[in-house]
Design a protein around this ligand. Structure first.
Ligand SMILES: CC(C)(COP(=O)(O)OP(=O)(O)OC[C@H]1O[C@@H](n2cnc3c(N)ncnc32)[C@H](O)[C@@H]1OP(=O)(O)O)[C@@H](O)C(=O)NCCC(=O)NCCS
Length: 162
């Protein structure tokens, strides 16, 4: 990832920065209709995501949000993940950094299972998630992936041979 980009947890005070990224996001509706097509829909959806379990954002040096990843509130110990990277910042490992930071948060919160759903032809999402340790559990009609955090010891900081 570009050394100039940093990832941190965000909350309601960063709502407008998140909305600004989604207002410039292309294509809208990329993942099962998200981000929403209408400006009002995007604003409401971002507000709802900020009420979920955790939100991570990637920031550029000028303070703009260029990526967002969150875990939904669900059953204790498990959550669904979604991740979005602005088109100008894709393929620079921003998504990888966001997913890793979010999984690290989940592991620290003693979460066991994180899962994600994506259209089966979304190669970018599949490659990103599988590269971060998710395994494919279903591929039709939607691709569903999951990671067992309890079984993935030190996944985020392990180096070869450790
Ligand atoms: C999916 C998405 C978040 C990936 O973000 P990103 O920052 O580009 O991902 P990274 O740069 O960290 O790349 C991770 C891996 O995916 C691969 N990848 C990224 N985009 C790809 C593409 N379009 N086609 C094939 N592989 C791709 C990278 O090469 C990398 O693989 P590697 O680790 O083997 O080198 C981004 O494309 C996006 O926001 N898409 C629209 C929203 C979406 O579909 N979200 C998923 C919902 S769960």
């Amino acid at each position: 990832m570009d050394a100039e980009i940093h990832v941190r947890e965000v909350g309601p005070p960063q709502r407008d920065l998140l909305v600004a990224m989604y207002d410039r996001f292309d294509p809208p509706g990329a993942a099962f209709g998200l981000p929403p097509h209408s400006a009002e829909g995007r604003r409401r959806w971002v507000g709802r995501t900020l009420g979920q379990r955790v939100n991570m954002a990637a920031f550029s040096t000028d303070g703009e949000v260029v990526g967002h990843c969150f875990l939904t509130a669900g059953q204790p110990g498990s959550a669904e993940m979604a991740v979005f990277v602005h088109q100008d910042s894709r393929r620079m490992r921003v998504g990888t950094a966001l997913v890793q930071a979010t999984l690290a948060w989940g592991a620290a919160a003693e979460m066991r299972r994180v899962w994600a759903v994506t259209p089966p032809d979304n190669r970018a999402a599949l490659r990103l998630l599988m590269g971060c340790g998710f395994r494919l559990t279903r591929s039709d009609p939607e691709a569903e992936l999951e990671i067992d955090l309890a079984a993935t010891v030190n996944w985020c900081c392990a180096s070869p041979g450790t």
